[in-house]
Design a binder for this molecule. Sequence first.
Ligand code: ADP
Length: 267
Amino acid sequence: MPKPITFKPGSKINLEEIPTRVEQDEFNKSSAREKLESNAEEMADLARCLFAENKRAILLVLQGMDTAGKDGTIGAVMRGMNPRSCQVVSFKVPSEQEADHDFLWRVHQVVPRMGNIGIFNRSHYEDVLVVRVQELVPPDIWKGRFELINDFEKILRQCGTIIVKCFLHISKDEQRQRLQARIDEPHSRWKFNPGDLEQRKRWSDYQAAYREALIKCNTKYAPWYIIPSDQKWYRNLVVSNLMLDTMKELNPKYPTVAEDYSGLVIE
Ligand code: ADP
């Protein structure tokens, strides 16, 4: 079964050596779609139970270079979920009010409440990625943030939130093709942002920033998962399997009712 790439807390990785595309025989595009459907059904049942139980939450963090497919992953993996208990939060350039607080202030306010599944489309990791590459704060500030992020995630975990952090790993050439497609395909043109070309020029700086964030914030209680993402269907399948496994392992339980109403007939 396609699974994400993991590595031990404290160990080092080199992103250039980690594949962005995985050759395997078990699934193809169409069988992956069927598996996504059946996963979605199972996840919807488990999410209903998680909501009823109201004791734990799941936070899915999605990070990746531009065009890595954060939006596509959310659409594919979370379909079938009841929006009542599943919320997506996208992190943009901080507002004036957000920028006037510590960098985790805006994040903590929007973590999922108990019983819910929250998805972060970008996250607090931007504060050690774009902020570092664009030199928005001095190095001694962003360098101190890895520890703060680990502490923050520890608080969430200890208070009942399971954190699933996915790095959608694409190659530079795949990004080129996807950006080109945004220009060439009329229905995708709205997605093209010339600013993405500036970011692309800093590709290796971003990879270095990602590498350090992945290594320094790969903890036992909030591990990173690397998702080979050059093939969209494979990426979706891996994240979907990961979410389903996480929910199964949580094994939520419907609350037991205080009084037994069995046999009661409503008139
Ligand atoms: P997306 O690319 O996620 O689809 P946008 O095109 O609106 O959405 O981009 C959001 C932008 O906000 C990204 O360029 C991202 O790097 C930036 N951003 C997010 N968080 C921060 C932050 N803390 N500081 C500076 N920029 C940020």
